[in-house]
Design a protein around this ligand. Sequence first.
Ligand code: SAM
Length: 246
Amino acid sequence: MNISSIPSSTSLPNVDVWQGIDWCPSDRQQVQLQALYTEVITANQQLNLTRITAPEEFWEKHLWDSVRGVGELISDSRALQVIDIGTGAGFPGLPLAIARADWQLTLVDSTNKKIGFIESIAPELDLPNIHPLVSRIEELGQQRQHRHQYDLALVRAVASANVCAEYALPLVKVGGTAILYRGNWTEEEASSLELAVAKLGGEIVKTDLFHTPLTNSIRHCIWLHKTTDTHPYYPRAIGIPTQKPL
Ligand code: SAM
Protein backbone atom coordinates (compact mmCIF):
# COMPACT_ATOMS: atom_id res chain seq x y z
CA MET A 1 0.00 0.00 0.00
CA ASN A 2 1.27 3.47 -0.87
CA ILE A 3 0.77 5.22 2.48
CA SER A 4 1.97 8.60 1.18
CA SER A 5 -1.13 9.01 -0.98
CA ILE A 6 -3.51 8.61 1.97
CA PRO A 7 -4.39 12.12 3.25
CA SER A 8 -2.85 12.89 6.65
CA SER A 9 -6.27 13.97 8.02
CA THR A 10 -9.06 11.55 7.23
CA SER A 11 -11.91 13.31 9.04
CA LEU A 12 -14.71 14.77 6.97
CA PRO A 13 -15.90 18.34 7.64
CA ASN A 14 -18.53 18.76 10.34
CA VAL A 15 -22.27 18.40 9.71
CA ASP A 16 -22.95 22.15 9.78
CA VAL A 17 -21.44 22.44 6.30
CA TRP A 18 -24.49 20.78 4.70
CA GLN A 19 -25.72 24.18 3.63
CA GLY A 20 -28.11 24.76 0.75
CA ILE A 21 -29.63 21.29 1.20
CA ASP A 22 -32.87 20.37 2.92
CA TRP A 23 -31.17 17.51 4.73
CA CYS A 24 -28.61 17.17 7.52
CA PRO A 25 -26.98 13.86 8.49
CA SER A 26 -27.89 12.23 11.79
CA ASP A 27 -25.05 10.92 13.97
CA ARG A 28 -25.52 7.49 12.40
CA GLN A 29 -25.44 8.90 8.87
CA GLN A 30 -22.34 10.95 9.68
CA VAL A 31 -20.61 7.73 10.81
CA GLN A 32 -21.70 6.03 7.56
CA LEU A 33 -20.38 8.92 5.43
CA GLN A 34 -17.08 8.83 7.30
CA ALA A 35 -16.88 5.04 6.81
CA LEU A 36 -17.57 5.49 3.09
CA TYR A 37 -14.72 7.98 2.83
CA THR A 38 -12.33 5.72 4.73
CA GLU A 39 -13.24 2.70 2.58
CA VAL A 40 -12.81 4.63 -0.70
CA ILE A 41 -9.41 6.08 0.15
CA THR A 42 -8.16 2.76 1.49
CA ALA A 43 -9.33 0.78 -1.56
CA ASN A 44 -8.06 3.54 -3.84
CA GLN A 45 -4.50 2.34 -3.23
CA GLN A 46 -5.21 -0.81 -5.22
CA LEU A 47 -8.24 0.02 -7.32
CA ASN A 48 -7.65 3.60 -8.48
CA LEU A 49 -11.27 4.54 -7.84
CA THR A 50 -11.00 8.33 -7.67
CA ARG A 51 -8.47 11.14 -7.90
CA ILE A 52 -10.42 13.07 -5.24
CA THR A 53 -8.94 11.99 -1.90
CA ALA A 54 -8.48 15.04 0.37
CA PRO A 55 -11.28 15.12 2.99
CA GLU A 56 -12.79 18.52 2.11
CA GLU A 57 -12.62 17.91 -1.63
CA PHE A 58 -14.12 14.43 -1.20
CA TRP A 59 -16.90 15.86 0.95
CA GLU A 60 -17.71 18.60 -1.58
CA LYS A 61 -17.27 16.78 -4.91
CA HIS A 62 -18.52 13.33 -3.96
CA LEU A 63 -20.80 13.66 -0.91
CA TRP A 64 -22.39 17.12 -1.04
CA ASP A 65 -22.62 17.08 -4.85
CA SER A 66 -24.34 13.66 -4.90
CA VAL A 67 -27.03 14.75 -2.43
CA ARG A 68 -27.51 18.29 -3.75
CA GLY A 69 -28.08 16.94 -7.27
CA VAL A 70 -31.48 15.49 -6.44
CA GLY A 71 -32.70 18.87 -5.15
CA GLU A 72 -35.94 18.82 -3.21
CA LEU A 73 -36.38 15.07 -3.76
CA ILE A 74 -34.00 14.48 -0.86
CA SER A 75 -36.82 15.43 1.51
CA ASP A 76 -39.66 13.97 -0.58
CA SER A 77 -42.05 11.83 1.44
CA ARG A 78 -42.11 9.02 -1.15
CA ALA A 79 -39.79 6.01 -0.98
CA LEU A 80 -38.32 5.98 -4.49
CA GLN A 81 -36.96 3.23 -6.74
CA VAL A 82 -33.71 4.74 -8.01
CA ILE A 83 -31.06 3.69 -10.54
CA ASP A 84 -27.56 5.19 -10.62
CA ILE A 85 -26.15 4.71 -14.12
CA GLY A 86 -22.33 4.42 -14.41
CA THR A 87 -21.98 4.67 -10.63
CA GLY A 88 -18.19 4.10 -10.59
CA ALA A 89 -17.14 3.94 -6.93
CA GLY A 90 -20.78 4.64 -5.95
CA PHE A 91 -21.57 8.27 -6.76
CA PRO A 92 -24.15 9.67 -6.50
CA GLY A 93 -25.79 6.39 -5.35
CA LEU A 94 -23.98 5.63 -2.07
CA PRO A 95 -24.40 9.03 -0.36
CA LEU A 96 -28.07 8.96 -1.38
CA ALA A 97 -28.50 5.43 0.01
CA ILE A 98 -27.08 6.75 3.31
CA ALA A 99 -29.31 9.85 3.24
CA ARG A 100 -32.47 7.90 2.33
CA ALA A 101 -32.56 4.43 3.90
CA ASP A 102 -36.13 4.06 2.58
CA TRP A 103 -35.08 4.40 -1.09
CA GLN A 104 -34.02 1.32 -3.05
CA LEU A 105 -30.97 2.08 -5.20
CA THR A 106 -29.71 -0.04 -8.09
CA LEU A 107 -26.07 0.93 -8.73
CA VAL A 108 -24.91 -0.09 -12.22
CA ASP A 109 -21.48 -0.05 -13.80
CA SER A 110 -19.86 -2.06 -16.56
CA THR A 111 -16.61 -2.39 -14.57
CA ASN A 112 -16.33 -5.46 -12.33
CA LYS A 113 -13.79 -3.99 -9.93
CA LYS A 114 -15.96 -0.94 -9.13
CA ILE A 115 -19.09 -2.99 -8.45
CA GLY A 116 -16.95 -5.49 -6.51
CA PHE A 117 -15.76 -2.62 -4.32
CA ILE A 118 -19.35 -1.46 -3.66
CA GLU A 119 -20.42 -5.02 -2.81
CA SER A 120 -17.50 -5.37 -0.42
CA ILE A 121 -18.35 -2.22 1.59
CA ALA A 122 -22.16 -2.63 1.73
CA PRO A 123 -22.13 -4.70 4.98
CA GLU A 124 -19.61 -2.37 6.64
CA LEU A 125 -21.78 0.64 5.81
CA ASP A 126 -24.97 -1.23 6.74
CA LEU A 127 -26.73 -0.43 3.47
CA PRO A 128 -29.29 -3.17 2.69
CA ASN A 129 -31.03 -0.73 0.30
CA ILE A 130 -28.35 -0.86 -2.41
CA HIS A 131 -28.33 -3.35 -5.28
CA PRO A 132 -24.98 -3.29 -7.11
CA LEU A 133 -25.01 -4.70 -10.65
CA VAL A 134 -22.36 -5.24 -13.33
CA SER A 135 -23.90 -4.49 -16.72
CA ARG A 136 -23.72 -2.31 -19.78
CA ILE A 137 -26.60 0.08 -19.47
CA GLU A 138 -27.63 -0.46 -23.12
CA GLU A 139 -28.43 -4.09 -22.20
CA LEU A 140 -30.23 -3.25 -18.97
CA GLY A 141 -32.47 -0.76 -20.74
CA GLN A 142 -33.87 -3.59 -22.87
CA GLN A 143 -34.52 -5.97 -19.99
CA ARG A 144 -38.08 -6.25 -18.74
CA GLN A 145 -37.11 -6.26 -15.05
CA HIS A 146 -35.42 -2.86 -15.43
CA ARG A 147 -37.11 -1.10 -18.37
CA HIS A 148 -39.73 1.50 -17.28
CA GLN A 149 -39.24 0.40 -13.64
CA TYR A 150 -37.63 3.38 -11.89
CA ASP A 151 -39.03 6.56 -10.34
CA LEU A 152 -35.66 8.25 -10.62
CA ALA A 153 -32.58 7.68 -12.82
CA LEU A 154 -29.31 9.49 -12.05
CA VAL A 155 -26.29 9.90 -14.33
CA ARG A 156 -23.13 11.71 -13.26
CA ALA A 157 -19.93 12.05 -15.34
CA VAL A 158 -20.67 9.18 -17.73
CA ALA A 159 -21.01 10.62 -21.27
CA SER A 160 -22.44 13.55 -23.23
CA ALA A 161 -25.93 14.66 -22.19
CA ASN A 162 -27.67 13.11 -25.20
CA VAL A 163 -26.00 9.75 -24.54
CA CYS A 164 -26.93 9.95 -20.84
CA ALA A 165 -30.56 10.62 -21.83
CA GLU A 166 -30.60 7.52 -24.06
CA TYR A 167 -29.19 5.47 -21.17
CA ALA A 168 -31.58 6.88 -18.57
CA LEU A 169 -35.04 7.48 -20.03
CA PRO A 170 -35.81 3.88 -21.11
CA LEU A 171 -35.38 2.85 -17.46
CA VAL A 172 -37.78 5.46 -16.05
CA LYS A 173 -41.53 4.93 -15.48
CA VAL A 174 -43.96 7.29 -17.15
CA GLY A 175 -44.32 10.17 -14.69
CA GLY A 176 -40.80 9.59 -13.33
CA THR A 177 -37.64 11.69 -13.54
CA ALA A 178 -34.09 11.43 -14.85
CA ILE A 179 -31.45 13.83 -13.53
CA LEU A 180 -28.29 14.47 -15.54
CA TYR A 181 -25.51 15.86 -13.32
CA ARG A 182 -23.47 18.30 -15.43
CA GLY A 183 -20.79 20.94 -14.79
CA ASN A 184 -20.95 23.67 -17.42
CA TRP A 185 -24.03 23.76 -19.61
CA THR A 186 -24.52 25.61 -22.92
CA GLU A 187 -27.51 26.70 -25.00
CA GLU A 188 -26.26 24.38 -27.79
CA GLU A 189 -26.26 21.39 -25.46
CA ALA A 190 -29.74 22.32 -24.24
CA SER A 191 -31.15 22.57 -27.81
CA SER A 192 -29.55 19.30 -28.84
CA LEU A 193 -30.77 17.52 -25.69
CA GLU A 194 -34.32 18.77 -26.24
CA LEU A 195 -34.47 16.98 -29.61
CA ALA A 196 -32.93 13.78 -28.22
CA VAL A 197 -35.25 13.68 -25.22
CA ALA A 198 -38.35 14.09 -27.40
CA LYS A 199 -37.35 10.90 -29.31
CA LEU A 200 -37.04 9.04 -25.98
CA GLY A 201 -40.48 9.92 -24.60
CA GLY A 202 -39.43 12.76 -22.34
CA GLU A 203 -39.06 16.50 -21.95
CA ILE A 204 -36.65 18.82 -20.17
CA VAL A 205 -38.52 20.31 -17.23
CA LYS A 206 -35.81 22.03 -15.19
CA THR A 207 -32.23 23.24 -15.38
CA ASP A 208 -31.03 23.54 -11.79
CA LEU A 209 -27.99 25.84 -11.62
CA PHE A 210 -26.00 25.97 -8.38
CA HIS A 211 -22.47 26.39 -7.02
CA THR A 212 -20.59 24.08 -4.69
CA PRO A 213 -20.10 25.48 -1.17
CA LEU A 214 -16.31 25.25 -0.74
CA THR A 215 -14.83 25.99 -4.17
CA ASN A 216 -17.79 27.78 -5.77
CA SER A 217 -17.65 25.41 -8.79
CA ILE A 218 -20.57 25.61 -11.19
CA ARG A 219 -23.07 22.77 -11.52
CA HIS A 220 -26.16 22.20 -13.65
CA CYS A 221 -28.58 19.39 -12.98
CA ILE A 222 -30.86 18.79 -15.94
CA TRP A 223 -34.24 17.31 -14.97
CA LEU A 224 -36.05 15.19 -17.55
CA HIS A 225 -39.68 14.19 -17.11
CA LYS A 226 -40.83 10.89 -18.64
CA THR A 227 -44.04 11.60 -20.55
CA THR A 228 -44.60 8.42 -22.61
CA ASP A 229 -43.11 4.93 -22.91
CA THR A 230 -39.79 4.93 -24.76
CA HIS A 231 -39.90 3.31 -28.20
CA PRO A 232 -38.41 -0.25 -28.09
CA TYR A 233 -35.70 0.91 -30.51
CA TYR A 234 -33.99 2.70 -27.56
CA PRO A 235 -31.50 2.24 -26.02
CA ARG A 236 -29.65 1.10 -29.12
CA ALA A 237 -27.05 -1.72 -29.02
CA ILE A 238 -23.85 -1.48 -26.95
CA GLY A 239 -21.62 1.35 -28.15
CA ILE A 240 -24.10 2.84 -30.63
CA PRO A 241 -25.34 5.65 -28.34
CA THR A 242 -21.79 6.99 -27.96
CA GLN A 243 -20.80 6.37 -31.61
CA LYS A 244 -23.94 7.96 -33.04
CA PRO A 245 -25.42 10.24 -30.36
CA LEU A 246 -29.03 11.26 -30.90
N1 SAM B 1 -20.81 8.36 -11.62
C1 SAM B 1 -19.50 8.21 -10.99
C2 SAM B 1 -19.02 9.54 -10.45
O1 SAM B 1 -19.61 10.56 -10.78
O2 SAM B 1 -18.02 9.54 -9.69
C3 SAM B 1 -18.48 7.55 -11.94
C4 SAM B 1 -18.11 8.34 -13.13
S1 SAM B 1 -16.92 7.51 -14.13
C5 SAM B 1 -16.12 8.87 -14.87
C6 SAM B 1 -17.95 6.83 -15.43
C7 SAM B 1 -18.39 5.42 -15.14
O3 SAM B 1 -19.41 5.07 -16.07
C8 SAM B 1 -17.29 4.41 -15.29
O4 SAM B 1 -17.15 3.69 -14.07
C9 SAM B 1 -17.73 3.52 -16.44
O5 SAM B 1 -17.38 2.16 -16.25
C10 SAM B 1 -19.25 3.71 -16.43
N2 SAM B 1 -19.90 3.53 -17.74
C11 SAM B 1 -19.66 4.24 -18.87
N3 SAM B 1 -20.46 3.80 -19.87
C12 SAM B 1 -21.23 2.81 -19.36
C13 SAM B 1 -22.25 1.95 -19.90
N4 SAM B 1 -22.61 2.06 -21.18
N5 SAM B 1 -22.82 1.04 -19.10
C14 SAM B 1 -22.42 0.92 -17.80
N6 SAM B 1 -21.47 1.70 -17.23
C15 SAM B 1 -20.88 2.63 -17.99
